[in-house]
Design a protein around this ligand. Structure first.
Ligand code: IVH
Length: 703
């Protein structure tokens, strides 16, 4: 190891060097595995860095000895790359949450409204426990298990077929009636409390990592490269949903779950049908009472509209179905001491207070940081350094501080004073006036903009992050170090790194922890991203309020980077037509539109985009459902619709790639007019826009 007396690199002969490189490759790979796969490093970061440095130093002296499996050839270790990627044909959605009876009532009302049901029309939901495990998708072709995948980000998961094959509750072959040619059965992989305890006991004996909770243990077991390890862990699988299917066995959720059971899956015996909010809530209470005795972790119950034709009509919004909701159990809480408040500066300059806590276990996980949201929140809760606070953790969300235990407040403590200067660049930090509400924004922002190192760093980290440019091996640490040494200042500099500091000047290869090979790997990773999807490009710009969903909307709407840039430059004038169009994109509200316009109004942003575009190629956005007869068309609905609600009609049209507008103009392609249509119909006739009845519309879009 690193602390043993080592022969200086300059004194090594070739034979010794080769032997040591072999040893280092093995040793470092093992530490990588412990760190990334097991989450259980056995050496400190400094010791690890020393091993890597030694490896690099030897390789620099004996470049002919660089091994194919050398640690320097792997820039950063991306565990996600270990398994092949699987793109889900039908995305794996998440669920919206309800936290109380009112939320559940709202959900049911929303469903009723969307479907246009009358108060006494029957609406049945299934109710079932929400399992706290990991979701998986199992693909069966002609009844044979052919592919198993993790959820991943919902669109792309990992191929863990071999591991899932080892589960007793994942049938290799389906038996029974009505088995479709293709069906993806989805559900939750989990461990019982008993199995979890046994695994931890075995881990402890072997000196291996202790898992914090059954979910982590299940995840650790499933993400094994060696499926014989997975096989030893008694993982279970509940089937509760499906993805791609050539046929669906039934007309209701209940039917399908019954078919799953018939085919050989385990389904949750606690599933019930409920036909009112009262029944749903009493089901919830009942499961909450049973929770401790179930023998596996659950974190709530899930309600789903039973009728599949209604599920279909309801569809989904961004990442969650409109036809289901998770009713969560209250979060787990614990008391601890607030040691300090750290102020972090984000990409858009927001100062975020983070509570530094005396480590405490909350629901099986050790928590030492919690979010404090913002200045107002600290004032409202009167949180002071030194206070004893109640910390809460719900599912995967960041732990929060619920309240202060005032009885335990130390004498002489003073209210927390939120800084009015950026802790990183010293610029004034201010709260802006929100034009729409006339109130002060809750967030205090550093006004340093480009001169603030924290903002620059966060912007670049965002730019290279997984859902943006996804530059492998260029993690936070490297970004910070490169910025500090002025190798980069803006995102576009990343694409000029090689040209500036490539093999010639060795500025990168000679850095601590780097070598010619790792520099070459970084350049390769960067070059791979010179071609990028439009929505990733837009997301990467880091415009305030423009997350992935909005970026996709923009990409879809404008189609190409050229069209997008042209429109955005015009939209920076908020009186322009281009701005009105941006504002009218379904899913983009005025606040967001303004934020985008302001971003493009800044010369330094435009200049940076120009520099970027000189380096990269942005691919056109895929037009969704371009085979639909209405894709790309602008449609206006007017009058009373009789077979669907207005919202439903709109959602359907949009899912087919149409743009739904509120008023008729020369740009309108179609007007769908029901009885009672007034001025919009007249406008359509005046402008000779094609007018369809509701039935004609339904015929056009396929019923
Ligand atoms: S249904 C389209 N049912 O919860 C709806 N999900 O927060 C698909 N989960 O990713 C999900 N138990 O991993 C459904 N009985 C259940 C569930 C369940 C656990 C998980 C699932 C999903 C997450 C969403």
């Amino acid at each position: 190891m690193s602390n043993k007396k080592q022969t200086p690199v300059t004194k090594l002969n070739e034979l010794e060097a080769a032997a040591e490189l072999a040893k280092l490759a093995k040793e470092i790979a093992e530490h990588d595995r412990r760190y990334h796969t097991e989450d259980a490093p056995t050496i400190s970061d400094a010791e690890y860095d020393a091993l890597k440095r030694r490896n690099t130093a030897i390789e620099q002296r004996f470049p002919q000895l660089i091994r194919p499996d050398s640690p320097s050839r792997r820039v950063g270790f991306a565990p996600a790359e270990k398994f092949a990627k699987v793109t889900h044909g039908v995305p794996m959605l998440s669920l919206d949450n309800a936290f109380d009876g009112e939320d559940v009532t709202d959900f049911v009302d929303r469903v009723r409204r969307f479907l246009g049901l009358k108060p006494d029309d029957e609406l049945v939901f299934t109710a079932e426990p929400k399992i706290d495990g990991l979701s998986a998708s199992l693909r069966y072709e002609k009844g044979k298990f052919v592919l198993g995948a993790t959820r991943g980000d919902g669109e792309v998961g990992e191929d863990i077929t071999a591991n899932l094959h080892t589960l007793k509750e994942v049938p290799a072959q389906l038996h029974g009636r009505h088995i479709p040619d293709v069906i993806e059965v989805r559900g939750e992989v989990y461990l019982t409390h008993a199995a979890f305890a046994q695994i931890n006991e075995a881990q402890a004996k072997g000196g291996d990592k202790i898992f914090a909770n059954p979910r982590n243990a299940a995840a650790g077991s499933l993400r094994q490269l060696d499926s014989s390890i997975t096989a030893k862990r008694p993982l279970h699988f509940f089937a509760y949903a499906w993805g791609e299917a050539t046929a669906v066995p039934g007309k209701t959720q209940t039917d399908v779950i019954a078919a799953f059971k018939d085919w050989g899956f385990v389904t949750n015996a606690l599933m019930r049908r409920c036909s009112s909010v009262e029944e749903m809530l009493s089901y919830y209470e009942n499961i909450a009472e049973k929770r401790a005795k179930l023998g596996y972790d659950i974190d709530g119950v899930v309600y789903k509209v039973d009728r599949l034709d209604w599920q279909q009509r309801l569809g989904f919004v961004s990442r969650a179905p409109r036809w289901a909701i998770a009713h969560k159990f209250p979060a787990e809480q614990a008391e601890t001491e607030l040691l300090d408040i750290d102020i972090q500066v984000g990409r858009t300059g927001v100062l975020t207070p983070v509570a530094k806590l005396k480590p405490v276990t909350v629901g099986g996980v050790v928590v030492s940081n919690a979010t404090l949201h913002n200045e107002e929140e600290i004032a409202r809760k009167d949180v002071r350094i030194g206070d004893t606070v109640v910390v809460q953790r719900a599912g995967d969300v960041i732990p929060q501080i619920v309240r202060v235990v005032e009885e335990k407040r130390p004498k002489g403590s003073k209210p927390y004073k939120f800084p009015t200067k950026c802790p990183v660049c010293g610029s004034h930090a201010e709260r802006e006036m929100n034009e729409n509400t006339g109130k002060l924004d809750v967030a205090r922002r550093c006004t340093g903009g480009l001169i603030c190192a924290a903002q620059a760093a966060e912007r670049i980290k965002h730019f290279v992050s997984r859902n943006a440019f996804d530059i492998e091996g260029f993690g936070s640490k490297h970004v910070d170090a490169f910025l500090m040494d002025k190798l980069i200042a803006h995102p576009s500099d990343i694409f000029r790194l090689e040209e500036r500091y490539g093999s010639g000047s060795k500025a990168i290869a000679a850095r601590e922890g780097w070598g010619p090979q790792s520099a070459a790997n970084l350049f390769a990773a960067i070059n791979q991203r010179r071609k990028i999807a439009l929505h990733r490009f837009i997301y990467a710009l880091g415009i305030r309020h423009v997350g992935e969903t909005t970026a996709r909307l923009l990409a879809r709407n404008y189609g190409s980077v050229k069209a997008f840039m042209k429109a955005m430059l015009a939209a920076s004038d908020q009186e322009s037509k281009a701005f009105a169009e941006l504002d009218s994109i379904e899913g983009i509200g005025e606040v967001v539109a303004k934020e985008i316009a302001e971003f493009f109004d800044e010369k330094h942003n435009r200049d940076e985009i120009d520099r970027l575009l000189a380096e990269i190629d942005v691919e056109d956005a895929e037009k969704p459902k371009s085979n639909s007869p209405v894709s790309g068309k602008t449609v206006v609905f007017t009058g009373t619709l009789e077979k669907m609600t207005r919202n439903e009609a709109k959602a359907r049209a949009e899912s087919l790639g149409a743009h739904v507008a509120g008023s008729v103009s020369a740009k309108t392609d179609l007007v769908v007019a029901g009885p009672g249509a007034g001025s919009k119909l007249k406008d359509a006739q005046k402008l000779s826009v094609k007018v369809l009845s509701e039935d004609e519309w339904l015929k056009l879009v396929g019923g």
